[in-house]
Design a protein around this ligand. Structure first.
Ligand SMILES: Nc1ncnc2c1ncn2[C@@H]1O[C@H](COP(=O)(O)OP(=O)(O)OP(=O)(O)O)[C@@H](O)[C@H]1O
Ligand SMILES: [Mg+2]
Ligand SMILES: [Zn+2]
Length: 329
């Protein structure tokens, strides 16, 4: 079990417990207002537990008196159940409903991990793999340089030559990856293979056993935002994962909304990873001007100063592939 997955599972189980307790409090309030007889009994039960503490403190006839209280308590519980049923509720309505009755959502039973914790940990690990499933679709092997052959940019640059250099760089980057590897900025127009090559790197680096996180900037920021503002109570901490993983791939920078929260998060992520000397790969459709116009200088100056830049050039491979398909029909 990966400790990070175990931690995520623990956080989720503890959130389940909190939800169960909160829901139970709500039910108590509901019943106390709707059925005054039960409210009265609950008050007495509360008094009983106080009396119990007094008895223990005094230490006189302790056993006998505790026995009496216990009996009173049991009778009160029976009364509550009867009243609940009489008012159309199930008799166990006020019992806390834990997701896992074996461990009451603590994650531990019989002095060891409860099966619910183990199952959830495995699920989280699988979900992470599934998210990276598209990593398997994009590989260096399926990257075809011939798509760039015969194209020149307006400035006369040879696309095949330029893309061959980028391809070789990415392959060697992946093969020699370490936590000290540099960060990369891939920029260029749509359909030129930025996502394809960054996923190819992810696939190789993952196989080497490094932790790699890949997603679009939009998806990452939405997750962080939901967790930050309490809309996601799963207990996940995406930001920490982004700040700590061995390789972070931020795809499609620039497609997110312009909000102060997003700007400060992007700055936080880029800056923290630079300070920790952890590599990041950013891909974007924007050119230098676009990046400079969209982001504050404190973000752009860090990217410009520390990232290795690769400009993707050529003719949209998506379109080329579609044309090939049509001509085969
Ligand atoms: N050189 C290539 N060889 C084979 N397939 C490629 C190549 N370049 C791109 N593709 C394929 O073309 C499609 C578009 O490529 P990709 O998504 O990597 O482009 P992108 O540069 O990330 O575009 P965008 O800026 O729109 O995100 C994908 O299905 C990808 O697998
Ligand atoms: Mg892309
Ligand atoms: Zn359990």
């Amino acid at each position: 079990m990966k400790s990070e997955h175990l931690e995520q599972a623990r956080a989720e189980i503890s959130a389940r417990r909190n939800r169960a307790v909160t829901e139970n409090d709500r039910k108590f309030e509901e019943i106390n207002t709707l059925i005054p007889e039960i409210a009265e009994i609950n008050k007495q039960l509360f008094q009983t537990s106080r009396n119990l503490m007094q008895i223990i403190r005094n230490g006189e006839n302790t056993e006998e008196r505790i026995e009496i209280l216990k009996r009173q308590n049991q009778q009160a519980q029976i009364m509550v159940r009867k009243l609940l049923v009489a008012n159309g509720y199930p008799e166990n309505y006020l019992e806390i409903k834990y997701t896992c009755p074996k461990c009451n959502d603590t994650g531990y039973s019989g002095g060891t991990y409860c099966s619910c914790l183990i199952t959830l940990t495995a699920k989280i690990a699988a979900a992470e793999l599934n998210k990276n499933a598209q990593v398997n679709l994009c590989s260096f092997e399926s990257f075809d340089l011939s798509y760039y052959a015969g194209h020149k940019t307006e400035n006369g640059a040879d696309c095949y030559k330029a893309m061959s250099i980028i391809f070789e760089f990415c392959k060697s980057y992946a093969e020699n990856f370490s936590k000290e590897s540099p960060s990369i900025l891939m920029f260029g127009k749509t359909g030129l293979g930025k996502t394809h090559l960054s996923l190819s790197i992810a696939s190789v680096v993952l196989k080497k056993g490094f932790s790699v996180l890949y997603d679009s900037v939009i998806n990452f920021l939405r997750k962080i935002e939901n967790e930050h503002f309490g809309r996601d109570t799963s207990g996940n901490d995406t930001l920490s994962l982004l700040l700590e993983c061995d390789l972070l791939i931020l795809d499609d920078l620039g497609t997110e909304f312009d909000t102060p929260f997003y700007q400060s998060m992007i700055y936080n992520i880029i800056n923290t990873r630079i300070n920790r000397c952890l590599p990041t790969i950013i891909s974007t459709n924007m050119d230098w001007n676009g990046i400079s116009n969209k982001y504050e200088e404190r973000i752009t100056s860090r990217i410009f100063a520390t990232y290795i830049n690769h400009q993707f050039i050529g003719y949209d491979v998506r379109i080329l592939k579609a044309q090939q398909k049509n001509s085969q029909k």
